[in-house]
Design a protein around this ligand. Sequence first.
Ligand code: FAD
Length: 449
Amino acid sequence: ANGVNLSIPPLKVAIIGGGLVGSLAALNFARNGHNVHLYEYREDIRTSELVQGRSINLALSERGRKALAEVGLEDEVLSTAIPMRGRMLHDVKGQTSVVLYDPCTNQCLYSVGRKHLNEVLLNAGEKFPNIQYHFRHKLKSANLQEGSMRFQCDYEEQQLEEATADLIVGCDGAFSAVRQQMSKTLGFNFSQEYIEHGYLELCIPAKNDEFQMPPNYLHIWPRNEFMMIALPNQDKSFTVTLSMPFKVFEGIRTPKELLEFFHRYYSDAVPLIGEELLIKDFFKSKPQFLLSIKCNPFHFADKAILLGDAAHAMVPYYGQGMNAGMEDCTLFFSILREPHMTIGKALETFTERRVSDAHAICDLAMYNYVEMRDLTKRFSFKCRKMLDTTLFRFFPNYWVPLYNSVSFTSMPYSKCIANRQWQDEILKKIMFIVLSSAVLFIGALYIVH
Ligand code: FAD
């Protein structure tokens, strides 16, 4: 096992949730010499045909890559991921323009399949004798103080299985049952916000075994109140995410209304999706809710900790939910390996170092929703982007634009925001100086004449 901290004896660790963060956390605990039991509500996604859950593919960036590299899986994941070098914007007339993420150093996002990534992580865990998977186990209740848990196993109806652990790790997503238990303890702060927009997934299939749009971009159709994005898949299709206010979804009741709506706002996407498939996929399922969750602390005594969406769920518009959850692992396990660390101190230190950054990325994700559906179209946004890129090119260590610092560095999220604030101040001053010089110059010309 790598990086074993001898000051913390091997613990019996119960990880609740075997999604992207839970399966990564299991690997990390096992590599640190602990005995891991991972309890997952669903069946094993590696053997199930239909996997229910959230988005089909995701944008992986620096923070997620770093966490995968730490468990030796970055190369394997990237080998099947599709690089996205920038945003390809589709206007109402169907014309496209490209805004590269990082023209200076060519960094990019990677589109990865959620199921594939989860499978890679679970397969890697299978190789550790000190990890045991318990699928179809849903945590029903827990006594965090005593470290005892009760699970419902859906193959034996009504039967509850009991288990104990030294440490309970809540990786059970936005509606975390572990967090629910924690919320009953004194001093636990919690807030959640549903946004009035929902999302629905559509598909642009491959045609003649080829992508129908350039694959190395994150495609965006920004339309003020609503927005559509598309990420490429390995099978040369695109997963399209349509997001708009629930009331707009509700207003579209018939195939005719749907086609009218699409021809009006997303005309270039209609032949790509195909009218028949569009109608089928749109009416197949209901739009999903999106919410943002903040809480504090992320731990309970030396008994329990929350990682990933369980600690900080966010709206998906910065493409950082999974990346932030994976970065939780990077931070937590680096703390755990610090000399003279105890488990109680490690949990406390994690909360101290992570809460403000987690809250910062929740806020940024909310901000980017506005940027993606609205600002990306605006002239002022494009000017700012150009200015940022130019300054970044000349001062790469000093002027890192907000999007780049969030997506392509491991700079703490709160520092990314602080950077943006002083950059805004400097730009305001530069604008003031340029405008006042222009006024003075014109005034001087007027006097001379
Ligand atoms: P989850 O993925 O929610 O996994 C939780 C697991 O716990 C699940 O397997 C669930 O079955 C299990 N579970 C739940 N309750 C229990 C219980 N009581 N007992 C046992 N098991 C339980 N992030 C990015 O970084 N990039 C993106 O591009 C991106 N795009 C997104 C697009 C959309 C539309 C959405 C909705 C999200 C997107 N995200 C993205 C966010 C990302 O999906 C989440 O941040 C990520 O899945 C969090 O992983 P997790 O393991 O913490 O939680």
